[in-house]
Design a protein around this ligand. Structure first.
Ligand SMILES: Cc1ncc(C[n+]2csc(CCOP(=O)(O)OP(=O)(O)O)c2C)c(N)n1
Ligand SMILES: [Mg+2]
Length: 553
């Protein structure tokens, strides 16, 4: 967050101006969304401000873009019109809530004066509060700015909560309130209360004793370390103790994956067997900032025993069966770093050396999912980030090795299809130094892939790999049926429709290699690869899961 540029004492600030100032205070430089008459006055102000509006083709896509922008740059905002826009965005904001992504939702709405006697104004669903009530379920704080005396306070409250809890917040701005002057207030910004010292001390003493007495501790790093910007703390903890570290799928890229202490993704049966065994055989698993979700943990195949774990997140600190109340995550991490945790000899992890680097392209061999990811592993360069949609795009990515300070962005817990292409727009605007490599299933692409139109307008240059397996491949592994079939698209011909970009059909390893090289060279616009796979081919991770699950059946 930027230094607080106090707007107090100015007296003449309107609610709309205050809101715009607040966005800038939090360093939000782009705002995603589609206008409508209930939000036009605010859009006018927006256009006069230094914040850049990013128009998208759909509101749900704008929500995905904002979610990704928040993940890579700290916080984001969307601005939409009442109900037709706001309700269309609910799925993406629900995903941001579930996966802790701090997005400010600003919605225009009918003016307060217009609401008298409950007229049937356009876009109204049931009553004027319908949209607000829905958003209350999927945001950490919400406000209707219907009172100039409270408006500034309410805006502050929502921003504070979003910043603190890393979840979306909702601000509804009735159109006749935009130019109303707000009441200056003097409430200090809410800050975290410090951890109670004696509880913190007790937690750290127990944790350190547990770690020091353990034979083979392991750290399991989760997404919160990324959301709260604690990657450096993790790295210091690893390097001062030599404790090997695995990451969850949602936390993928939280540390540089080429680090010698990095084990890989722990995901129960879905991850590599060696990682799974290493973590599950440990007598002290230090779980930091991980959500214990099903997909994260390989759908019920993970086997983590509370009696052998330290579990520390922004919501809870527990050690074995003890829970320590009110201890702040960052205080706990800082105290661990300052504590006398013994430094071990660096572990020998020979099995980590995978033959990934040695990829000989067999030019005429048909492309498979396994080979696609092997070849991509070699192709990924330092200034790329990977944006993976769900399905095999996500499962296959488990084995991708992310370089230093690279981002991996995926809805790995909420798993809503159609995330990746729009998210790549937000991600690249948030991190202009990185080029998105988008991995997306054909089914998911058909939902939101035309958002590439916005990438073209903005001059962005994602490399989009469509895993074309003729339908809902993941679903086919669970239950085959005609409902898994989709229409056939000529994905590589989209450049003709959008009048930009380059498209390639990929059937063999040789064609993949050539197309990837051309994609790298095409920095002007998007490149799309239609990677034509066998209908039932799937990634090693999905195969591992199916195999391990079938042993249980
Ligand atoms: C918005 C949404 N609708 C439906 C689903 C249920 N679903 C999960 S995986 C899947 C198929 C995905 O197909 P595709 O994008 O082609 O990826 P593939 O599984 O073939 O790799 C579906 C329909 C979902 N996760 N999200
Ligand atoms: Mg598919």
């Amino acid at each position: 967050m930027k230094e607080q540029t106090s707007m107090e004492g100015q007296g003449a600030v309107t609610i709309g101006e205050y809101l715009l100032g607040k966005l800038q205070e939090y360093n939000i430089q782009h705002i995603f969304g589609i206008p409508g008459d209930y939000v036009l006055r605010f859009y006018q102000l927006l256009e006069q401000s230094p914040i850049q509006h990013v128009g998208m083709t759909r509101e749900d896509a704008a929500g995905y873009a904002a979610d990704a922008y928040a993940r890579v740059s700290g916080m984001s905002a969307v601005c939409i019109t009442y109900c037709v826009g706001g309700l269309s965005m609910t799925n993406s904001i629900a995903g941001a809530y579930a996966e802790k992504s701090p997005v400010i939702v600003i919605s225009g709405s009918p003016g307060i004066k217009e609401r008298e006697r409950n007229p049937l104004l356009h876009h109204k669903v049931r009553d004027f509060l319908t949209q607000k009530r829905i958003y209350e379920q999927i945001t950490v704080a919400s406000a209707l700015l219907d009172d100039p005396i409270m408006a500034f306070d309410e805006i502050d409250r929502v921003f504070d909560a979003v910043y603190r809890y890393k979840r979306p917040g909702y601000i509804e701005l009735p159109r006749d309130m935009v130019d109303v002057r707000g009441q200056v207030h003097h409430r200090p910004t809410v800050r975290d209360l410090p951890s109670p010292p004696e509880v913190l001390r007790a937690a750290v003493v127990e944790a350190v004793d547990f770690i020091n007495k353990s034979e083979n501790p392991v750290i399991l790093a989760g997404v919160e370390l990324h959301r709260f910007g604690f990657q450096d703390k993790l790295l210091t903890l690893m390097e001062t103790t030599n404790i090997p570290t695995a990451a969850t799928l949602l936390g993928k890229s939280v540390i540089q994956e080429k680090h010698p202490l990095y084990l890989g993704i722990y995901e129960g049966a879905m991850g590599r067997e060696e990682v799974c065994q290493f973590v599950e055989n440990s007598d002290c698993v230090v779980i930091l900032g991980a959500f214990m979700t099903d997909i994260n943990l390989g759908i019920d195949t993970a086997n983590l025993d509370r009696g052998r774990s330290i579990y520390a997140t922004s919501e809870k600190i527990s050690i074995k069966y003890h829970t320590y109340e009110d201890v702040i995550f960052s205080d706990f991490l800082d105290s661990l770093l300052a504590a006398p945790i013994r430094k071990r000899r660096p572990p020998t992890l020979d099995w980590l050396e995978e033959p990934h680097e040695l990829v000989d392209i067999k030019p005429d061999t048909s492309i498979t999912v396994r080979r696609l990811f092997d070849i991509l592993n070699k192709f990924i360069v330092d200034d790329m980030m990977v944006i993976a949609d769900i399905g095999d795009s996500l499962f296959g990515s488990i084995d991708l090795k992310m370089h230093q300070s690279m981002d991996f962005v995926s809805p790995a817990y909420y798993t809503s299809m159609g995330f990746a292409v729009p998210a790549s727009i937000g991600a690249q605007l948030g991190r202009p130094d990185q080029r998105p490599l988008v991995l997306v299933g054909d089914g998911a692409f058909q939902m939101t892939g035309l958002e590439l139109s916005t990438s073209v307008r903005l001059g962005l240059n994602p490399i989009v790999i469509v895993l074309n397996n003729q339908g809902y491949g993941t679903e086919r592994q669970l239950q085959e049926g005609m409902f898994n079939d989709i229409g056939e698209w000529h994905y590589s011909r989209l450049p003709a429709v959008l009048d930009a970009g380059r498209g390639f059909i990929v059937r063999t390893e040789g064609e993949l290699d050539t197309a990837l090289r051309k994609a790298l060279a095409n920095t002007e616009s998007f490149t799309i690869l239609d990677v034509q796979l066998e209908k039932l081919d799937c990634s090693p991770a999905l195969m591992r899961l199916a195999e391990r699950l079938s042993r249980k059946l």
